[in-house]
Design a protein around this ligand. Structure first.
Ligand code: UDP
Length: 243
């Protein structure tokens, strides 16, 4: 059976160094790396965030309802998914889009069975619309979808090459973890993803690889183990199966 991974890309990453909007050269390079990994036989589902366009909390300043702001955030993820799908298509890579937030004139609704079918057909799957419900994040969507799609590993692309003992942007002496257990992440209050998402990952024993998207060919580098990253699992001392 081919390995199947879920890749979480934050919306901010699509904005490159500015974190806002779209950085075409960053996106093209990322898509080309994902396509190379896919061509090597790894099935890839992608959950994309929306923070480069809109986050629910930005609606507070307008006096909007939280749920309305969150709907705007989820719509932002759909916009990002449309962009990524078309970049894959422009590279000749088969790719389908499913959304948890119904948007029937754009794409089909997400279900685990439809998603698994698309992946088995050898297409890249992009999942958008978060969980489809306000008050959640696309981190939670990525964990629940990884479980629904039978993914072996969740690869979470961030600004930093893994999990550190403290914020590496503020503390140059921050210690990098090569492997860490869910329990240690919780006891040391380290940040991997939001708590709801993390607790589901721990319950499902879903290994999480935290790595930097801001390096050449980031996904290939992690899979070839030629870069720094962190594996979070229930043992904290062994590599996840796909790495
Ligand atoms: N969002 C939501 N429910 C979800 C996922 C996302 O309401 O299940 C909204 C929320 O307002 C969030 C925005 O969509 O701020 C963008 O998602 P997220 O912040 O997770 O994106 P990222 O940080 O990954 O770019």
């Amino acid at each position: 059976m081919r390995d199947r991974v879920l890749l979480k890309i934050s919306g901010e990453a699509l904005g490159g160094s500015s974190s806002i909007g779209y950085d075409p050269s960053f996106i093209k390079a990322l898509i080309s790396d994902i396509a190379n990994v896919h061509q090597k036989g790894i099935e890839i589902a992608i959950v994309v965030g929306g923070g480069n366009l809109f986050r629910g909390k930005q609606s507070e300043a307008l006096g909007m309802r939280t749920a309305s702001g969150d709907q705007m955030g989820m719509l932002a993820t759909i916009m990002n998914g449309i962009a990524l799908r078309d970049v894959f298509h422009s590279h000749g890579i088969p790719c389908d889009l499913l959304s948890s937030l119904a948007c029937p004139s754009v794409c089909d609704i997400f279900s685990g069975s439809r998603g698994r079918e698309i992946l088995s057909q050898g297409k890249i799957l992009i999942c958008v619309g978060g969980t489809g419900s306000p008050y959640f994040t696309t981190d939670t969507a990525s964990v629940t979808m990884a479980a629904a799609l039978n993914c072996s590993t969740l690869m979470k692309g961030t600004k930093f090459p893994g999990v550190f003992s403290k914020d590496p942007a503020k503390f140059p002496d921050a210690q990098h973890f090569e492997h860490i257990s869910y329990r240690q992440v919780l006891s040391e209050r380290l940040h991997v993803m939001d708590m709801t998402a993390f607790e589901i990952a721990q319950k499902e024993k879903l290994p999480i690889i935290v790595f930097s998207l801001f390096q050449p060919n980031p996904i290939s580098a992690v899979l070839a183990k030629t870069c720094q990253f962190t594996v979070v699992n229930d043992r904290g001392n062994q590599m996840a199966s796909s790495c």
